[in-house]
Design a protein around this ligand. Structure first.
Ligand code: EPZ
Length: 426
């Protein structure tokens, strides 16, 4: 398996193009099967997870083509055409590889009236059940039972609008229920709905296909069912987690980087925090500029939570920054119960971090040391690349598979701003 080698010590300077958001693109692809017309998605990120969703959709009978952008910053365009659905089976092997596969359940039920999807099971960052998804779809009238590790769902006489309160404002459950409700009879009200920008992006895409959804980006989403949806062309929103990762990388390594295409409003919690720890964040007409001079960052406390609070998907990266900050920081993880796998790896690089329950106490050290490291989820893996930027000597991040799931052309983007990050092919 490939590895990434990072040689620490360089300041970053220049610009990084931000890709389309993985966690929006995957859901837009799944929702494209709601219509028998072709759908064009532009600003698509080139990632292993996108390939996995493409494989799944092709198995349902979707005709799928990709036009590749060549240079860094030129993005892919995907055409999806679900003229008819041949199969509604999402097998274990595909769902196990990527939990987002479960997001085909709502669209399949709405379009095809039945689906058989493998239960995703637990994963490295926590138990991650799908009970809220199932409760919401049952509230719309689906009949669901479990059989040999599969969720078997059918609809008799069509889905019917309902009022459903999403427990814990789950992103995936809100999206699965929303994508089913667009073709239900009557009005669906989703209370305590996810307010994440990717969920709003999915809703805007559905509206572009002819859906009637209001309240996107708020805790109450109202969906008036329509008889059918039509094709459209839609640009995936910029990836706020990729943006935040490069913003934190610049705060760590020092220097000045413009994140081209980034949206300020989707990362306000991070930018507030970066300013507090001594980084300049400026909106530019092309995106966001991050600037930090040679002064050491200051320790700060943070708790992850649902949007607009600080995102769990940036927790590991922020911890890498706090590992070299001046002072003690407390980082609390409230979204997933086991998302500190980067802690022992950062410790191998010399970080001083103690975990008690859901909180990590980070006592900043002046220097980290390069080491062989590995992590079991993609955000944890990238936090080790970030730590490597300021470590003495070389850091080798193993199991690059995880990075390829969620970071497009990571090494090229870092090289473009002067970091020594390279892929070592196995
Ligand atoms: C999405 O996961 C993202 N994934 C995650 O990004 C992200 O960390 C998460 O939202 C939170 O922002 C995609 O969009 C593909 P949830 P999701 O349902 O939808 C519990 C990454 O690195 N829960 O909001 O699975 C659950 O266990 C990934 O890109 C239930 O108990 O997140 C968790 O503790 C990682 N029952 C909490 O709710 C359910 O039925 C929030 O999960 C559903 C969720």
């Amino acid at each position: 398996m490939d590895k990434i080698r990072v040689r620490g010590g360089n300041r970053l300077k220049g610009e990084i193009p931000i890709s389309g958001a993985k966690n929006s693109a995957l859901k837009l692809m799944a929702a494209s099967i709601l219509t028998s017309d072709p759908v064009m998605l532009t600003n698509m990120p080139r990632l292993a997870d996108i390939g996995a969703m493409a494989d799944l959709l092709m198995q349902f009978g979707v005709n799928l083509n990709i036009r590749r952008g060549q240079a860094l910053g030129q993005t892919d365009t995907m055409r999806l055409h679900a003229e008819k659905i041949d199969s509604a089976l999402a097998p274990y092997d595909l769902v196990r590889k990527m939990r987002a596969s479960f997001q085909v359940l709502g669209p399949l039920l709405a379009r095809h009236g039945e689906a058989k999807i493998s239960l995703p099971g637990g994963c490295a960052i926590g138990a991650r059940p799908v009970d809220f998804h199932i409760q919401g779809l049952e509230a719309l009238g689906a009949k669901i039972h479990l059989e040999d590790g599969y969720v078997v769902a059918t609809v008799n006489g069509g889905l019917k609008g309902t009022t459903f309160t999403v427990p814990r404002a789950s992103v995936g459950a809100t999206e699965n229920v929303m994508t089913a409700a667009v073709l239900a009879k009557g009005r669906t009200v989703l209370k305590n709905a996810a307010r994440e920008p990717e969920t709003a992006d999915l809703g805007a895409f559905l509206n572009a296909m002819g859906a009637k959804i209001t309240g996107l980006g708020t805790g109450e989403i109202v969906i008036d069912g329509v008889d059918s949806l039509h094709g459209t062309e839609y640009a995936v929103m910029p990836d706020r987690i990729e943006t935040g990762t490069y913003a934190i990388a610049t705060a760590l390594a020092g220097g000045e980087v413009e994140l081209v295409g980034a949206r300020v409003d989707s990362n306000n919690a991070l930018y507030r925090l970066l300013r507090n720890v001594g980084t300049e964040v400026t909106e530019t007409n092309r995106g966001v500029a991050i600037h930090r001079n040679g002064i050491r960052p200051i320790g700060a406390d943070v708790a992850t939570d649902v949007f607009p609070a600080f995102p769990t998907d940036l927790q590991a990266q922020f911890m890498a920054l706090m590992a070299v900050a001046d002072g003690v920081s407390h980082i609390k993880e409230t979204v997933f119960e086991n998302r500190f796998m980067h802690v022992p790896e950062l410790a191998r690089m010399g970080a001083n971090i103690k975990v008690h329950g859901d909180t990590a106490t980070v006592t900043g050290v002046e220097r980290l040391r390069g080491a062989q490291v590995m992590a079991t989820d993609l955000r944890a893996s990238v936090s080790l690349v970030l730590a490597g930027l300021v470590a003495d000597g070389d850091t080798v991040v193993n199991r690059v598979y995880h990075l390829d799931r969620g970071f497009e052309r990571l090494e090229e983007k870092f090289q473009g701003v002067g970091a020594e990050v390279e892929r070592i092919s196995a």
